[in-house]
Write a protein that binds this ligand. Structure first.
Ligand SMILES: [Zn+2]
Ligand SMILES: [Zn+2]
Length: 351
């Protein structure tokens, strides 16, 4: 059992982050201590780093960011039975209360008391070790890397979006916005048996990556008539399901005219402006179903089961890799190179 000090990346104010030495956490009775091998930089981490807040969540005290992680169990509390020392695990970063209506009905992502890593004032895991309730640890099959284990977090968002949208193998899917979430939603779609997957993004690099990752076509909404192109590409049958992951107000409003009558739209990307004008007449007239998505629930075991042996290569979205000591460069890469970086990964311990 490791004791003493460890390295942790501490952000004390916007645009200021450095590795410092802090105490290695001691796991409680129902917790396990995880040695963090791989952890992603998420858009939300970059936003906290740059602006010091997201909506009502404000960084007031120095904070450790990071919530997309996998590692190895190195110590367990005395009540822990589901994992053991030496297990390779993915960490689900949101710990719900377990008692409220939402938790009891399985929709624990809506729990008002959820404690989510790297959401102020809760610390995240850009550090060497983290203690987590063992219920939120999921064993990785030998065939899955720590990188894939860490990517289960953003993959879960896409997985949950498809579940919310009642995805079927015969859907013709459009994903708007090809950042990490959109690209991984495309991989999640394959796990649901969907074979016709279209994407839109204004950034050429992202469209190229989408094609490499098996999208049927990737369109440029700035220079193409997406509605016409999709009509051509689907032989006039139209899009049955849209996953909107850009958060762009225009793209969100456009989904209503890009989905066919009777189709479904799942909204994942959060708009900067809050209120977005929508053509509700067309939504009503076309009996279009619209769903919101907040994080995910119950996705880790399902996504691990679906991924193993699927041949889906979710690791393709990783564009940059840094040790924890280069934390500043890692976050700055994600912040300033949005057109060429998709997922930046941090490695607090070398394997
Ligand atoms: Zn994230
Ligand atoms: Zn709850």
């Amino acid at each position: 059992m490791p004791r003493g000090k460890m390295s942790a990346a501490i952000m004390d104010k916007p645009l200021s982050i450095a590795v410092q030495q802090v105490d290695i956490p001691v796991p409680k009775e129902d917790e396990a201590l995880v040695k963090v091998y791989c952890i992603g930089v998420c858009g939300s981490d970059v936003h906290y780093y740059e602006h010091g807040k997201i909506g009502r969540y404000v960084v007031k005290e120095p904070i450790v960011l990071g919530h997309e992680l996998a590692g190895e169990v190195v110590e367990v509390g005395k009540n822990v039975t589901n994992v053991a020392v030496g297990d390779r695990v993915a960490v689900e970063p949101g710990v719900a209360c377990g008692h409220c209506d939402y938790c009891r009905s399985g929709r624990y992502n809506l729990c008002p008391d959820v404690v989510f890593l790297a959401t102020p004032p809760v610390n995240g895991a850009w550090q060497e070790y983290i203690a987590m309730p063992s219920d939120y640890l999921f064993k990785l099959p030998d065939t899955m890397s720590f990188e894939e284990g860490a990517l289960l977090e953003p993959l879960s968002v896409g997985f949950h979006a498809l579940q919310r949208g009642h995805a079927k193998p015969f859907d013709r899917l459009l994903i708007t916005g090809l950042g990490p979430i959109g690209l991984l939603a495309g991989q999640a779609a394959k796990l649901f048996g969907i074979t016709e997957i279209y994407g839109t993004d204004v950034v050429p690099f992202r469209r190229e990556l989408a094609l490499e990752m098996g999208f049927t076509a990737a369109l440029d909404p700035a220079n193409e008539n997406v509605g016409e192109r999709l009509a051509e590409l689907t032989g006039g049958t139209g899009i049955t399901l849209v996953v909107e992951s850009s958060g762009n107000a225009r793209a969100m409003a456009d989904t209503i005219r890009l989905v066919r009558r009777g189709g479904r739209i799942v909204f994942v990307g959060l708009p900067a402006e809050g209120a977005v004008p929508m053509d509700m007449g067309q939504l009503i007239d076309g009996e279009i179903d619209a769903y919101g998505v907040f994080r995910y629930a119950n996705t880790y075991p399902a996504a691990i089961q679906a991924l193993r042996g699927s041949g889906a290569d979710i690791g393709k979205i990783i564009t940059h890799r840094f040790p924890l000591s280069d934390i500043r460069e890692a976050v700055e890469t994600a912040r300033t190179q949005k057109d060429t970086s998709i997922k930046v990964m941090i490695y607090p311990n070398s394997p």
